[in-house]
Design a protein around this ligand. Structure first.
Ligand SMILES: Nc1nc2c(ncn2[C@@H]2O[C@H](COP(=O)(O)OP(=O)(O)O)[C@@H](O)[C@H]2O)c(=O)[nH]1
Ligand SMILES: [Mg+2]
Length: 257
C-alpha cells in the first residue's frame, strides 16, 4: 500500500528534468546569461547583473509547462575548466557562450582576442566522448556592443572550422544564436531552443524524473504532509498488527522512506 501511494504521489508531482551545462571562457557572460534566465522564469527573482568571477557553480531549475530545466553555470577560468568533464555525462545539452567582442575580427588568422583559445576549448568539449550526440547551442554574446563580431562571421569562421575539424566530434544538433545577456535579448529563444532539442534527443540521453519543491505550488507540500500522516498511521497500524499476531516488535526499518 505504501509503495503504491508513494508511486502515485511521485507520478502526480514529477516531470522530466534535463540538465543544461553553460560553458565558455571566463568573462564570456555565462553568469549574466544565467541571471537573465532566472529573471525570466522565476517570477520573484531580480537579476543581479553585477557579476563576479564564478568559482564553483550556480545552479537553477526552471519550470516549463512539461519539463524542468536545470542550468549549471560553472566557472570558466583556466584552472576550473578541468572540472567541466565531470558534468558531461549527466548533462543533456551544452550552451557555449562566446564573447563576440573578444575574438579579433572573427577569422582564425587574426592575432587579437581569444579566438584561438575559444576554438581549443570548444574542440576539447566536443571531442570528449561523454558529450557525443548531445545538442549544442553556441551563443554569440555581447551583440549589444558596437565592436562585436557579427554572428554570420562567427558561424563561417570559428564554428565551421571546429565542426569540420577532426576534433569537432560527431554530427550533432547545433545552433548559433546572437544574444545580449546584459540586455536579455535572445535569452528566451536560447532557452526555448534548448528545451525543444533535449526533448527531441531524449532517447539518446534520457531525462531524470524529478519533483521541484521550490517551484511547485504549496498544494504539493500539503499533499506531502498528508502522505506523511498517512504513512505514520500505516506504520503504527502495522506495528499493532504484528504485536497482535506474533506478540513481538519487528523492526520497521524495512519501511523505506
Ligand atoms: N556589453 C555587454 N556586456 C556583457 C554581456 N554579458 C556579460 N557582459 C559583461 O561581461 C562581464 C563578464 O560577465 P560574466 O557573466 O561574469 O561572465 P562569466 O565569467 O562568463 O560568467 C561582466 O562585466 C558583464 O557585465 C552582454 O551581453 N553585453
Ligand atoms: Mg561566471
Amino acid at each position: 500500500m505504501y509503495h503504491l501511494a508513494k508511486g502515485l504521489y511521485l507520478w502526480a508531482t514529477s516531470k522530466e528534468e534535463y540538465s543544461i551545462l553553460i560553458l565558455g571562457l571566463d568573462n564570456a557572460g555565462k553568469t549574466t546569461f544565467h541571471e537573465q534566465i532566472k529573471a525570466l522564469f522565476l517570477p520573484t527573482h531580480t537579476p543581479s547583473l553585477k557579476t563576479v568571477p564564478t568559482v564553483g557553480q550556480n545552479v537553477t531549475t526552471i519550470t516549463l509547462p512539461d519539463i524542468y530545466l536545470k542550468f549549471w553555470d560553472v566557472g570558466g577560468q583556466h584552472s576550473l575548466r578541468r572540472l567541466w568533464q565531470s558534468y558531461y555525462i549527466s548533462c543533456h545539452a551544452i550552451i557555449f557562450v562566446l564573447d563576440s567582442t573578444d575574438i579579433g575580427d572573427g577569422s582564425l588568422n587574426s592575432d587579437s582576442g581569444r579566438l584561438e583559445e575559444c576554438k581549443l576549448v570548444l574542440e576539447e568539449v566536443l571531442g570528449n566522448s561523454d558529450t557525443e550526440g548531445i545538442p549544442l547551442l553556441i551563443l554569440a554574446n555581447k551583440q549589444d556592443r558596437e565592436d562585436c563580431v557579427e554572428v554570420v562571421r562567427i558561424k563561417e569562421g570559428l564554428v565551421k572550422q571546429v565542426f569540420e575539424g577532426e576534433k569537432g566530434g560527431s554530427i550533432r544538433d547545433s545552433r548559433v544564436l546572437p544574444i545580449s545577456a546584459l540586455s536579455g535579448t535572445g535569452v528566451r529563444e536560447a532557452v526555448e531552443w534548448v528545451a525543444s532539442r533535449v526533448k527531441w534527443n531524449k532517447e539518446g540521453r534520457p531525462p531524470v524524473m524529478s519533483t521541484s519543491y521550490t517551484t511547485l505550488e504549496p498544494e504539493i507540500r500539503k499533499r506531502e504532509r498528508w502522505l506523511e500522516e498517512f504513512l505514520n498511521f500505516g506504520e503504527a497500524w502495522r506495528r499493532m498488527e504484528k504485536h497482535h499476531f506474533y506478540g513481538i516488535d519487528f523492526p520497521s526499518a524495512h519501511l523505506v522512506r
